[in-house]
Design a protein around this ligand. Structure first.
Ligand code: HEM
Length: 395
C-alpha cells in the first residue's frame, strides 16, 4: 500500500487571543484533523500528539533544539535549552548536582520549608485573598532565587523579571512592548548575577550560579542559563501550585482522598501538571525534510511541541483526558518534556509543590475553599496556568 504524504496544512482561522483564553478545543481539533499543522498567526508548525512529540525528542539530529530564530535567543541569550549534543550535555552536567534529589532534600528543602511557613503565617493574618499572588508566586520566586544563587533578590523582582522573559519568549506576535520590558529585566538580572558571583567566587555553595562559576563557564553562558532558569523555573512551579490547589478544591472527593493518604501526594502533583501543563509549548527546528503523521515537514520549519495538547491526548490518557483525576492509571506525561532536555528542575518542583507548598496550605488553613463570587481565572497557551485563585479560609 502506498502511503499518501500531505502538504503541511495551514491553520488560519484561530486567533491567538482565543488560544490564550482556552487552547484546548483547538488542540482537540488539531489532534483529530491535523496533528502536524502550520499555525499561521504564530508562524510555527504545531505538533499536538503525544507519540509525535516522543518521536521528535528521540531524534535531536533531525529535530535540534538549537534554532537561532528561537525567540529565546533574543530574550535570554544562548541557553543550554537551545543547545544540542555534547555542547548541551557539558552545560547540563555542571548543573545536575544542584538539582539532584539528594541535594534538594538535604540542602534546599529546609529553606523551602521556611518560605512555605512564612507565607502561611502571612495568610493566617486574614480570612481570604488571592492565593496565586499571595502564596504561589512568593514561594516559587524565593525558592528559585536560592537555588540558582541570587538569594538577595526580592521575590517581587524575580516575579517581574520572569514574566518579562516569558512574555518576550512567547511573543510570537512580535509586539514591541514585551521586548522593551525584557531588555529592562536583562539589565536587572545581569546586575544581580555580578553582585552574587562575588560571594560564590570567595565561598562556593551548591547553587547553579556557583556551580557554573566553579566549572569555569564564560559569563555569557552563565547569564543565559540563569535567565532560562528564571524564565523557566519560577512561573512553572507557581502555576503548578495554583493549578493543584484549584484541582483539589474543585474536586472535593479527590481532595478528601489526597488528604487522607500522603501516598497520593506524588500522583496528585503529576496529575495536576498533566491536566494543565505549565509549559504549553516548547520549540524545535526541522533540520531535513521529514514526514510526521503523514505530513511533510520541510527542512527549516520552526516547530512547537505542544506539551499542553500531548498531555490531553485521548489516545494516551483516555476520552476524559480533560478532567483532573488523581486516580487515573499512572502513565508518563510530557509536562516536563522528555529526552535530553528533560526538565532539570523536575525534582525541585515535585518536592516544593507536591510535597510541601500544597499539603502545608491545606493542613494549616481550616475550611479552605474557592471564593464562590470570584472563580479562578486561567490564561495562556505557550505558558498556561491560573491568573488568580481567589479563596476564603477560617482564621
Ligand atoms: C512544574 C514545574 C516545571 C515544569 C512544568 C517545567 C517544564 C519544563 C519543560 C517542558 C522543559 C523542556 C523544555 C525543552 O525541551 O525545550 C524544561 C526544561 C528545563 N527546566 Fe523546567 N519545568 C519546571 C520547573 C523547573 C524548575 C523549578 C527549574 C529550576 C531552575 C527548571 C529548570 C529547567 C531547565 C534548566 C531546563 C532545561 C534543561 C535542558 O535543556 O537540559 N524547571 N522544564
Amino acid at each position: 500500500m502506498v502511503e499518501t504524504v500531505r502538504e503541511l496544512p495551514v491553520i488560519d482561522d484561530v486567533a491567538l487571543g482565543a488560544m490564550f483564553d482556552d487552547p484546548y478545543p483547538t488542540y482537540a481539533r488539531l489532534r483529530r484533523e491535523a496533528p502536524v499543522a502550520w499555525l499561521k498567526p504564530a508562524n510555527i508548525a504545531l505538533i499536538t500528539t503525544f507519540d509525535d512529540i516522543i518521536a521528535i525528542e528521540k531524534d535531536d539530529t533531525t529535530f535540534p533544539a538549537n534554532d537561532p530564530r528561537s525567540l529565546m535567543f533574543r530574550s535570554m541569550g544562548h541557553t543550554l535549552m537551545r543547545r544540542d549534543g555534547e555542547d548541551h550535555m557539558t552545560e547540563r552536567r555542571a548543573l545536575v548536582k544542584t538539582f539532584s534529589p539528594p541535594m534538594i532534600k538535604s540542602h534546599w528543602a529546609p529553606k523551602f520549608e521556611d518560605f512555605v511557613e512564612e507565607q502561611i503565617a502571612h495568610l493566617r493574618t486574614k480570612g481570604g485573598g488571592d492565593l496565586f499572588a499571595e502564596y504561589c508566586a512568593p514561594i516559587a520566586s524565593r525558592a528559585l532565587a536560592e537555588v540558582i544563587g541570587i538569594p538577595e533578590v526580592s521575590w517581587q523582582d524575580m516575579l517581574w523579571w520572569s514574566q518579562a522573559l516569558i512574555d518576550a519568549t512567547g511573543n510570537y506576535a512580535d509586539l514591541p512592548e514585551p521586548w522593551a520590558r525584557c531588555a529592562q529585566a536583562n539589565e536587572g538580572i545581569d546586575a544581580a548575577i555580578d553582585h552574587h558571583a562575588e560571594y560564590w567566587r570567595r565561598a562556593p555553595n551548591p547553587s547553579a550560579l556557583s556551580a557554573m562559576l566553579q566549572a569555569g563557564f564564560p559569563m555569557e553562558k552563565i547569564r543565559a542559563n540563569i535567565k532560562v532558569a528564571i524564565g523557566g523555573g519560577m512561573n512553572e512551579p507557581r502555576d503548578a501550585i495554583a493549578t493543584m490547589i484549584v484541582a483539589l478544591l474543585e474536586n472535593p472527593d479527590q481532595c478528601a482522598a489526597w488528604r487522607a493518604d500522603p501516598g497520593l501526594r506524588r500522583k496528585a502533583f503529576e496529575e495536576a501538571v498533566r491536566w494543565v501543563a505549565p509549559i504549553g509549548l516548547y520549540p524545535r527546528k526541522v533540520a531535513r525534510d521529514t514526514v510526521l503523521s503523514d505530513t511533510l515537514l520541510p527542512a527549516g520549519t520552526a516547530i512547537g511541541l505542544v506539551a499542553g495538547s500531548a498531555c490531553r491526548d485521548e489516545r494516551k490518557f483516555g476520552p476524559d483526558a480533560g478532567r483532573y483525576d488523581l486516580h487515573r492509571p499512572q502513565a508518563p506525561h510530557l509536562a516536563f518534556g522528555s529526552g535530553p532536555h528533560f526538565c532539570l528542575g523536575a525534582w525541585m518542583a515535585r518536592m516544593l509543590v507536591g510535597d510541601m507548598a500544597v499539603p502545608a496550605l491545606f493542613e494549616n488553613l481550616p475550611d479552605l475553599r474557592l471564593d464562590p463570587d470570584h472563580p479562578p481565572r486561567w490564561g495562556g497557551w505557550v505558558f498556561r496556568g491560573p491568573l488568580s485563585v481567589p479563596a476564603l479560609w477560617g482564621i
